[in-house]
Design a binder for this molecule. Structure first.
Ligand SMILES: [Zn+2]
Length: 70
């Protein structure tokens, strides 16, 4: 696997990921990813992307419920 930006070599690593919604901000300290040793860009596995998306959906649902509490 090569970097899609600079074609540099990738190495297995962990990077922080920020979820910024209108009223909610979540920072995951360590998400498994492939990081380019040349330009530093991080690329995520399909599995990690899927988990993040589920997390965002759950956060959205919960904040909606929270906002609905009178
Ligand atoms: Zn690169």
């Amino acid at each position: 696997m090569k970097c899609m930006y600079c074609n540099g070599p990738l190495e297995r690593s962990r990077v922080p990921y920020h979820i910024d919604r209108e009223h909610v901000h979540v920072i995951i300290d360590e998400v498994p990813a492939w990081v380019c040793t040349q330009c530093g860009e991080a690329m995520f596995d399909e599995e990690a992307v899927d988990e993040i998306q589920q997390l965002v959906t759950a956060v959205d649902q919960r904040t909606e419920r929270l906002a609905g509490i009178a």
